[in-house]
Write a protein that binds this ligand. Structure first.
Ligand code: SAM
Length: 216
């Protein structure tokens, strides 16, 4: 998602109290930043932040961090936080390539990927957020028994994501190719902006929940 450039968005983000300006300084200290030992859940490629805002409201005992690389999109998430401030929701503007510089080993309790960019050309496969390269990064920052959840309506991207698991230490705990008609997996589902848009168009939503083999 890349919205039209909004004049001054970088400056507004630079001044926002909801955005961590120097995230690398907080590596290993995210719980101190939130002022509680509560679990930390992150969404990578958060877009306008509706999903995380809803979860943060529902679960005050979990701390949420939204990661987004484009200022114009992040600005929408900040505006939502200004309308309704939540003490357990913060944002970082960065590229997910830098995850290991921002989070320490095992510092994150859950990772969400929602409707990640497909990068359809083969030569860009390693940029896909559910790729082997990213799964190896998540393996470091996610605590041992942590889970990663991925949703998309893009079947080619989902098939790729499932195939990538075999190259890694990750394995699927739950998987569906039609989330909204899966009685078990749809329970408690929080829709993202893209999920609303694409399910309204009739696209089935795929989802997996994965964990590390041997690390229950
Ligand atoms: N998760 C939201 C949803 O489901 O409605 C937004 C989905 S949108 C298709 C994907 C978002 O991921 C875009 O806003 C894009 O800028 C962001 N994104 C893609 N690659 C990223 C990366 N490497 N690091 C941070 N954000 C990324």
């Amino acid at each position: 998602m890349r919205l039209r450039n909004i004049t001054g968005s970088r400056e507004m983000i630079g001044e926002s109290r909801f955005v961590i300006q120097e995230p690398k300084v907080l590596r290993g200290k995210w719980r101190e930043q939130f002022g509680s030992g509560n679990p930390i859940h992150i969404e990578i490629g958060m877009g306008k932040g509706k999903f995380l805002h809803t979860l943060a409201k529902q679960n005050p005992d979990i701390n949420y961090i939204g990661i987004e690389k484009y200022s114009s999109v992040l600005l929408r998430a900040i505006q939502k936080s200004e309308e309704e401030e939540l003490p357990n929701l913060l944002f970082i503007r960065m590229d997910a390539e830098e995850l290991l510089e921002v989070f320490d080993k095992g510092e994150v309790d859950r990772i969400y990927l929602n409707f990640s960019d497909p990068w359809p050309k083969d030569r860009h496969a390693k940029r896909r957020l559910p790729s082997e390269q990213f799964l190896n990064r998540y393996d470091i920052i996610l605590k041992q028994e942590g889970r990663l959840e991925f949703k998309t309506d893009n079947r080619a991207l989902f098939d790729f994501a499932v195939e990538e698991l075999a190259k890694t230490c990750w394995t699927a705990e739950k998987i569906t190719y039609d989330l909204h008609n899966d009685a078990d997996m749809r329970e408690g589902n929080v829709m993202t902006e893209y999920e609303e848009k694409f399910s309204t168009m009739g696209n089935p939503i795929c989802k997996y929940v994965i964990y590390r083999r041997g690390k229950v």
